[in-house]
Design a protein around this ligand. Sequence first.
Ligand code: AGP
Length: 608
Amino acid sequence: MCGIVGYIGASQAAPILLDGLSKLEYRGYDSAGIAVYDGENIKVQKAIGRLKVLSEQTHDGATMTGMAGIGHTRWATHGAPSNQNAHPHFNQEETIAVVHNGIIENYLKLKKHLEGKGYQFVSDTDTEVVAHLLDYYYKGDPIEAITRVMHRVEGSYALGIMFKAHPGILYAVRKDSPLIVGHGKDGNLIASDVPAVLKYTRNVYFIQNEEIAVLSEENIGFYNVDGEEITKESTTIDWDINAAEKGGYEHFMLKEMYEQPQTVRDTLNPRIKDGAIDIEELGMSEEEICMIKKIHIVACGSAYHTGVTAKYVFEGVARIPVEVDLASEFRYRNPILQQDDLVIIISQSGETADSLAALREAKNRGIKTLGIVNVVGSSIAREADKVMYTWAGPEIAVATTKAYSAQLVAEYLLAIKFAQIRGEITDAEVASYLKDLQKLPEQIEMLLSNKEKIQHFANRYISAKDVFFVGRGLDYAISMEGSLKLKEISYIHSEAYAAGELKHGTISLIEEGTLVAAVVTQEALYKKTISNIVELTSRGAFVLAVTNTGNTEIEKAADYVIYIPQTNRWFTNSLAIIPLQLFSYYVSVGKGCDVDKPRNLAKSVTVE
Ligand code: AGP
């Protein structure tokens, strides 16, 4: 996700901004920029690509003199990577400069309102709306302008702001996107994350939601959303730089697992407006959606696994036939595609060679394509006819977690919207689905808080040689992902099996103490899967069951049970995956594996 740095003090700001941004590079970005007040005006310099480009352009900041400034590394969400879309963004008179991390969910509505007032926009970003809105409300008091903006914007933001009319002050404000203030010896700083300030200070304030920080060279003040002054305690950071990049987590994978509630919120909320699903971004007419005869979902790895989940949901809720294919198979099997089919390519990186080739295969045949992608401006995002972004932010760990969860909820939204447009479900059913969907983040948070129990259980299996994951229906889909997570980060052999299929051969592998994770969340299939569990335990398997709260009956059959909160049956994969991710993570850590960079794996497989 984006990185923000700001500095005001007795030193030249630009070199400090560039240094701070370099400590945030791990967050992933595609462009960068800095703004510095030079005593007369706010000067801005931006560059696409790596921070090095910006450093070269400014001779490591030497060409931008001034003691106050803000800087930004942009992870594109609205608007592809470009100079125009890079931050900082100005108001028209260039008297206000803004850097932003987060998603302004109602930016289109605000943009239309401001355009109606004569404001002209130069970028495709949601952030530029904030710069013009500050201008719209600014009547001489920055705090008043900021609080009025806070009351108008919806979504998540961490903002660094400079007003030309108030050169000796930096302003910062946040809601749902992290932002800290550093109190240094020769100046004060703002940043998205601790690593950016550690070189200058370990004395930081963590800005809470809807708090405003006001920094001068000497002082730091804090205000609430009503513009009233508040007091805050500072914290002394004792992390080393390496730990700090992971936000205090031991690994990026763990950090990204804990970001899942936010990435699910960020992927859902901008698309749920006044109780309705808004997928205007796809530019698909209702007629087009009604004409779809068949959906082909094509992807690799974990993205493929979300496709298997989506098959059940699309067919179950929207009654549209779905075929799920591994991209590496699809591209060579001369697939049978009809004119009214829709090919959906799912990809976190948007650069997976097989998935990109599959996309091109479908396009060459004139079939409509939709990409569900996490990286804005990536090849698949650019080449697909339509794109639906998962706003998970950059995923650093090779084993996907937060992007996987964001893909799932994006697919649920599509299936429900398609079902509604095709008259398969009522508005009341849509409302019920949305209610359950919007509870998922807090339910995921609750499951993540349960990590000790799973960590303890995982420690018993770090020497395991084979682990099986079984389930029926959606529980089979999530078993695939659970198995891959364990394999790829702990190097323990694992297989996912349709529970009903075990007796057709694989059950011969079950020995005394073999661990089998049985996912049992589908009520209609409980009894069937419980009988499979009995088949397994009677042959010596140790069965870990993942099931819905309240299904205590299963304790008679399984050896160990992890409960997930009740949710709509179509959404259980989003919850069942959490204990399975935690299990794999702690087994891998217990084995001393390189959790974030497992052997032989790449984050994006851009070769065949
Ligand atoms: C996920 O944990 C794996 N690292 C891998 O299977 C990944 O899902 C697959 O390579 C697809 O990548 P993509 O989503 O970037 O296309």
